[in-house]
Ligand binder design. Sequence first.
Ligand code: WQD
Length: 342
Amino acid sequence: MKKRIIVTGGTGYIGSHTAVELIQEGYEVILLDNLYNSEAEVAGRIGQITGTTPVLEVIDLCDASKLDATLKKHSGADAIIHFAAYKAVGESVNKPLEYYRNNLVSLMNLLDSMRSFSIPHMVFSSSCTVYGQPAILPVTEDAPVQPAVSPYGNTKQIGEEIIRDAVAAYEQINAISLRYFNPIGAHASALIGELPRGVPENLVPFITQTAYGLRDELKVFGVDYDTPDGSCIRDYLHVVDLAKAHVIAVERLISGKNKNPYEVFNLGTGKGVSVLEAISAFERATGVSLRYSITGRRPGDIEKIWADPSLANRELGWKTLSTLEECMRTAWAWENEIRKKK
Ligand code: WQD
């Protein structure tokens, strides 16, 4: 019988790409999403790619009784991959209580339901933001977690702690937290990708929207950092590579190959790329030149971070395969696809 995986936030950016990979690996996938930041038609697009349209349950995870009813309906799930969360860093500063309530109540409700319905495994969507500005680069999983700069980042830190403590207390639950660096790009089919609301906060959606003519120019937030070209450095990885890591993490838990009841892995390429290098990669990959100007630093930005992904390489047998140019090409194809529809 097919293993059944519940994917919360399943119509969102990373959730939808993960659903595709799971279905292609033979899993049955149930999507849970409140459609706050995504669209129901994504389930159909997953179906177009894979030949199997997953069931979509439109549900708010903060509603514990509805959540229980939904998991009862789809009983016998083998694992939950938990993506559903608010994720806008800037917005979280102005709406901290909404962020804490939404991101943490939903997580606690899920953990409660896992106990009630004997769902033994969770993969949690965490973030490299837990490291703040690391003293040593590349950053390993042992680097200290630093006080979060934003309420959003704090929900990821607290989320990890809640899971760690729940796994310690309840023997029947095992979990893996995956700390993502900067996911970018879109599925090669251009049928799914990131759908930012309003003005994008993140670099790559801003680049593709500017190239398309929706924004006048990209503003590069600071070239006076202590980096080779002065702009900030991040570790950008393709969302499909990231999605595949979730399939491996689920398999690891289901087959009992995990070495501890709670494990944490960095997911990145291991390569730092500056903002100016990212712009050049976009131009090279697409042949489109980008209008940009240099402006002041963005408050809250860290100077440089990139992953040491060797634990994930070794333990999960996972590494990124796509180049930065492929990331940019697929992001650009997706931008063009979205605009075609509108
Ligand atoms: C990347 C670089 C900007 C926009 C985000 C989340 C964080 C985590 C990782 C999930 C920075 C620069 C950006 C622009 C620019 N995600 N930039 N002009 O800041 O690394 O973090 O992804 O948990 O929580 O905040 O990503 O894409 O916003 O920025 O120059 O218009 O691009 O200064 O150096 P960031 P980003």
